[in-house]
Design a protein around this ligand. Structure first.
Ligand code: SF4
Ligand code: SF4
Length: 96
């Protein structure tokens, strides 16, 4: 079964404040290709509200270009949790 996230991506395009680094150490952040990292801001580089590592079209088909090394906050986000539903609402996607 595929994850609902593969046809969503709303939480990756909700706010530049969301993909922030937290528990990562420098070595872990160094694994993420530099083009996707906003070092001074301590987070992923974003274009507006959208994480630069998000590929595809929100609500249709998306993927994370840095999935294997994505930040901790991206790993803890669960489909159906309150932040997920908030992000999905913004994009007119139905609740899970
Ligand atoms: S908003 Fe929810 S369903 Fe969509 S990608 Fe994020 S966790 Fe997955
Ligand atoms: S790093 Fe990947 S999972 Fe995290 S916000 Fe960006 S696109 Fe989404």
């Amino acid at each position: 079964m595929s994850s609902p996230c593969q046809a969503c991506g709303a939480c990756c395009a909700y706010s530049a404040d969301w993909p922030r680094f937290s528990t990562e150490d420098d070595a872990e952040i160094a694994l993420i290709p530099a083009a996707y990292v906003d070092d001074p801001a301590g987070r992923m580089r974003c274009d507006g509200d959208r994480c630069s590592a998000l590929a595809g079209e929100v609500g249709r088909a998306v993927s994370c270009r840095v999935y294997a090394v994505r930040p901790e906050v991206c790993r803890t986000c669960e489909p159906g949790d309150p932040e997920c539903e908030m992000a999905r609402r913004r994009y007119g996607l139905p609740p899970l």
